[in-house]
Write a protein that binds this ligand. Sequence first.
Ligand code: ASP
Length: 332
Amino acid sequence: MKRRKFLQNASLSSLGVVASASVIGCKNSTKNKGAYTSGNLAIKPIVIATWETPNATAKAWEVLQNGGTALDAVEQGCMIEEADVKNFSVGKGGLPDRDGNVTLDACIMDKDGNYGAVMYVQNITHVISLARKVMEKTPHVILTGKGAEKFGYEQGFKKENLLTESSKKAWKKWKETSQYKPIINIENHDTIGMLAIDTKGDISGACTTSGLAYKMAGRVGDSPIIGSGLFIDNEIGGATATGMGEEVLKTVGSFLIVELMRQGKTPQEACEEAVRRIVKKSGDRFKDFQVGFIAINKQGETGAYCIHEWFSYTVYKQGENKNYKSSFYNKA
Ligand code: ASP
């Protein structure tokens, strides 16, 4: 399992959280046992994101430390991965569909339950910001394809070629066999889903992806769909997903997790239940696909669970930016 190293300066300020600039090496850091917190103590601010995405969580943390909202934090955190051409599943550099087109999906949700999403967008890197514009500047919640792109240019977004040389090379290689077989864990990177609680205790979330590599043209997964790839209820908590979107959609996974937390389950228990439902409904098929969830509740307790080993998630809290290996269902 190939992992990226990272160096992160955590500059922590006035809020009385652990001070000083720390350098955190994430290599092998998935050995950490988990990111559970005590239910009695509300942990804030806090950021949690899917996969090994320390630069993204660090950016979000910086926003929160400066008194920014959870909404600003998740947007700016996700933008880091969208701009990273080495992440083959998000933004610029994302792997294309079968025809060689990179198409992006994203959604964002705020503390008041507002939601904005874009789907099947080409030529714009920061689709998470575009989703936020849909939420804040239009009477709609979803824009797709050409309409979303046109709206983006009207809002000042830059037209860019999202297909990098290395993604193009990978796509050409794939075309030699053209076998559609979703990869279970892509170098510990994939869709980024991010949840944050700000210093006021408000929760927001965001999710951005290029979707499954070599998907059919027109395919949209769970990531931009409210309740599936992301759900936030500021009274309860939030959840977000990564992996095979078709399966997450069928169980409305993120909404399910938030509702389970409302009924009293911890984020960890709720994530486990959501994964178990997917597995149960899929018969034997679950062996061939990955789904991972992360969740947070109002107290800042976190949870994560996935079908297969090697899903990981990154938590920035109390001045520490750490990557954790998620517990998993399939021990076979
Ligand atoms: N959930 C994303 C989708 O189905 C892809 C992924 O997370 O791998 O589009």
